[in-house]
Design a binder for this molecule. Structure first.
Ligand SMILES: [Zn+2]
Length: 378
């Protein structure tokens, strides 16, 4: 048994002081008064003991990307993101031609199996978030318009074990039957890159949409007579709302509004891409230029091209702009994202029986140590 002592332990309902967190065989045992004799003692040195973070929308960083379809890159990204507190993630593919996507799904399927073995050091792969290709060209944002396709569940059927979440525009032809079939086969559907009216978005939710992709970005805005996709995402309690809390994808003035509106349906994500954490300058990819300027990544026409956010920074940003207690913000980066893709049985909180995905941080949520399934990953 291992015990983390001398820390404030974040549970979903609030922080607990004066207890130790015990874990064994990769799983959380629970809170105990003191480390028993023979247990390995890990000193949190007065810091925070947090559940590991879950990123359900991350393409890549440092020149690696889920859209490259390479298992070695998935392994390396999983290893590196542990230092940002991520213990589970959904490698996220861009809108690509279907044969290319299938190669990516194949690599992610292999990673999903390999990450349970002892030689996988880092975040666990919970499956794929496919951002497209069944989206609306009018709201393609950073996606490749030439690869956009009409929804067809028969294409997805062989991949329902690996595609856990899929971004779809509910208003495009064939989307509603696709959403019904996909959700019946265990795939969670997120509305995004969509030009839907509020009525069309609501029809999507009735068909099974339970998630909104980077809320406010690449979707119809909220106006007082046409509430748009944003209006449905914010007002319908069946929908989890992703947020890129890098302070410029969405103005931080709206963070408290999102908290009041969504509460336990708010999901912090990075949407980071392979140009993230690279030196400033222009980068070429598939004939497109992306200009890196610090944490801002843009196409030459000014369109935002994803982010260079990390999950620990998202927590710090969101807390700074809302004043919420830390455990509530951490829930938005751990428990709620896990729940949004049906993974909260094993992930997302430090409750007995769940995977021992644990962080030790300082009071400002800078990561000092990361454990994945009980093993030190950072
Ligand atoms: Zn994305």
């Amino acid at each position: 048994m291992k015990c983390i002592v001398n820390g404030t332990i974040l549970l979903p309902d609030g922080p607990v002081c004066g207890k130790a967190l015990a874990f064994e065989n990769g799983r959380v045992v629970g809170l105990i008064d003191a480390a028993p004799a023979g247990a390995e003692r890990i000193d949190a040195a007065g810091g925070i003991v947090s559940p590991g973070l879950v990123d359900v929308h991350c393409h890549g960083f440092m020149g690696m990307d889920a859209s490259n379809g390479r298992i070695d890159e998935l392994r390396e990204m999983s290893r590196r993101m542990a230092k940002w507190g991520v213990t589970a993630w959904l490698p996220t593919t861009m809108t690509l031609m279907w044969p290319t996507l299938e190669r990516c799904f194949g690599a992610i399927r292999a990673a999903q199996a390999q990450c349970l073995s002892a030689d996988w050091a880092g975040a666990q792969v919970l499956g794929c978030h496919a951002e497209g290709p069944f989206i609306n060209a009018r709201k393609k944002g950073a996606q490749d318009g030439a690869a956009i396709q009409t929804p067809d569940f028969e294409k997805l059927r062989p991949w329902t074990d690996v595609v856990r979440l899929m971004t779809v525009a509910p208003e495009v032809e064939g989307a509603l039957p696709f959403i019904r079939e996909a959700t019946a086969n265990g795939v969670f559907i997120s509305m995004g890159h969509t030009a839907a009216t509020a009525g069309e978005a609501l029809a999507g939710v009735e068909a099974g949409v339970s998630h909104a992709t980077h809320t406010f970005n690449a979707m119809t805005p909220l106006t007082h007579r046409e509430p748009g996709v944003v209006g449905v995402a914010l007002s319908d309690s069946r929908v989890y709302c992703e947020l890129i809390a890098d302070t410029f994808h969405v103005d931080p003035m709206l963070y408290p509004l999102m908290v009041r509106q969504k509460g336990d349906r708010l999901v912090l994500i990075t949407d980071s891409i392979q140009e993230a954490h690279q030196p400033d300058g222009p980068y070429e990819r598939d004939g497109q230029t992306i200009i890196v300027n610090g944490i801002r990544l843009r196409f030459p026409n000014g369109t935002i091209a994803g982010s260079a956010l990390t999950m620990d920074l998202a927590v710090r940003n969101f807390r700074a702009h809302t004043g919420l207690p830390l455990h509530e913000v951490v829930n938005m980066a751990s428990l709620y994202p896990a729940r949004s893709v049906g993974a909260d049985g094993e992930k997302g909180s430090l409750e007995p029986g769940k995977d021992a995905d644990i962080l030790i941080t300082d009071a400002d949520f800078n990561i000092r140590a990361t454990f994945v399934r009980g093993e030190r990953a950072f």
